[in-house]
Design a protein around this ligand. Structure first.
Ligand SMILES: Nc1ncnc2c1ncn2[C@@H]1O[C@H](COP(=O)(O)OP(=O)(O)OP(=O)(O)O)[C@@H](O)[C@H]1O
Ligand SMILES: [Mg+2]
Length: 214
């Protein structure tokens, strides 16, 4: 489902010398597989996820998602395919502060122009599943941290993605909410999806089917 082939990336910072972060890296995650990524701070884990989600272009190498070469697409096609195929979950959630829970979740569907009724029903279903229905009209600032992450999960799931990319999704969560996220990923993979999760927690990493160390 995820196939990274010979990926290299250097950052050219404004003043310092270029930093080679990824060098000829190969990663593959099968459909139905939950893979965790661990490694020291600064080793390139977030960079790897950004490249996998085609939010960042590698200097060299190819990114295949569900058999399609994202590195070869033009930016419009890439944005559309990304919205269709990939769900992102971040440590700091990245919810829009002036939108309600429901609107934040629906924001995940804007790029696909899915009929409003269909996408609305899907959002309600996800809020139900994730225990957010009675917070639908709250703003992110009115939520607990765990509720923010569950909202972000619902947004990631809205378009029924094939791939979930998560960067320290449990980093700000209490054990109970962390467990809810890990359980959601395990179930997502069991249903045939692919999950690539960066974490600093060895116990969370061990919950994956396979662990990748950078
Ligand atoms: N935009 C940028 N310009 C220059 N250097 C960058 C940029 N983004 C990241 N880096 C450098 O690239 C390296 C890898 O960064 P990255 O964020 O991928 O690390 P990480 O493994 O996710 O670290 P952490 O565990 O702390 O989140 C770091 O040394 C960082 O300083
Ligand atoms: Mg990081």
């Amino acid at each position: 489902m995820i196939e990274l082939k010979k990926i290299s990336k250097a950052y050219r910072s404004a003043r310092g010398t270029p930093v080679q972060v990824l060098n000829d890296m190969n990663v593959s995650v099968q459909a139905g597989e939950f893979v965790s990524v661990t490694g020291p701070s600064g080793c390139g884990k977030s960079t790897l996820l950004l490249i996998t989600g085609s939010l960042l272009h590698p200097d060299e190498g190819t990114v295949l998602i569900d058999g399609r070469d994202f590195t070869a697409m033009n930016s419009d096609d890439r944005a559309l395919e990304r919205a269709r195929t990939i769900g992102f979950v971040f440590q700091r959630f990245h919810l829009l502060p002036y939108l309600t829970v429901r609107e934040n979740i629906l924001a995940g569907g804007v790029a696909l122009k899915t009929p409003a009724g269909e996408v609305g029903a899907r959002a309600e279903e996800l809020m139900q599943e994730l225990g957010m229905s009675d917070r639908a009209d709250h703003l992110p600032g009115e939520l607990s941290v765990g509720e923010m992450q569950r909202t972000a999960l619902a947004r990631a799931y809205l378009n029924r993605p094939k791939v979930i990319l998560a960067d320290e999704p449990t980093g700000n969560l209490d054990p109970e909410n962390a467990e809810a996220v890990l359980k959601a990923f395990t179930e997502f993979a069991a249903a045939g999806g692919a999950v690539l999760m960066v974490t600093h927690s060895p116990t969370d990493a061990a919950r994956a089917d396979r662990q990748l160390r950078m």
